[in-house]
Design a protein around this ligand. Sequence first.
Ligand SMILES: N[C@@H](CCC(=O)N[C@@H](CS)C(=O)NCC(=O)O)C(=O)O
Length: 277
Amino acid sequence: MNGNAERTLYTFTNSICTQKVFITLAEKQLDYDMHIVNLFNNEQFDPEYLKLNPKGVVPTLVDGDNVVIESTLICEYLDETYPDPPLAPATPIGRATMRLWSKQVDEGIFAAARELSFSAQFREKLKTMTEDQRQVRFRNVGDPERHAAFKSTYEEGVNSPFVLQAIGNFEKMFKLLEQALAQSGGPWILGDSYTLADINLTPFVYRVEYLNLLDLWLQDKPRVQQWWAMARARPSAVATIPGRLAAEVVADMTHFGGLIRDRVAQRRQEYLNMMQR
Ligand SMILES: N[C@@H](CCC(=O)N[C@@H](CS)C(=O)NCC(=O)O)C(=O)O
């Protein structure tokens, strides 16, 4: 990073979607400035910011004249614009396989990590707000499904049906990951090369690890364990995830995740029983 980069990344502390963009930028050794959009102060709904990102979310990348939103698309944009080192397979089928992983993140794993984080931690933060502040926060969650999840995880915590769905999404993803690694032969998801498939998953696996929950899913998955030992230690990931998180942020995730751990384990069993029928 430097103060005069041609690139600006709009983000917020511990934004899980931005972390994959951070890793991609680090792999490519690209400089950028960071602009903090304070989500707790509703800065994502500032009309000037909404001109860049009409969804009112982070991250947003401004690269010269180009404005790119959606973390998966930002990573692909960076890979195509700055091809060295390549982070996507050379063949169409390889890229389609890689994108199945980003789709899985965008269609389930992101929401799953969000629901677990909300029910463990952000719920506690919401409880410290005044009723008026809370209502503003609820009103500002633009999308009806997100609004329902937000309200439900606030009111019911881990007992929310959205949390059962989250647990199921992680269950399915880790099972598929074990199979994919067996098929590719590893060490990375698609085989020999580290790609956006690995990058896309890394922040979400870090999040469940920080929440003290990862071993619930990894205990019977030796290939995923090996993959994770390498993915979490990749210098680009170390520098941009643990390297950027303040000690108290990590301590909070570990503490609040630890409080829901037993109940998450019970609900995981509930999910497994339900799926056996
Ligand atoms: N699919 C989007 C999701 C973006 C997203 O929801 N970002 C979160 C932070 S990780 C956010 O900005 N939330 C705004 C809010 O909580 O109001 C992406 O991958 O960029």
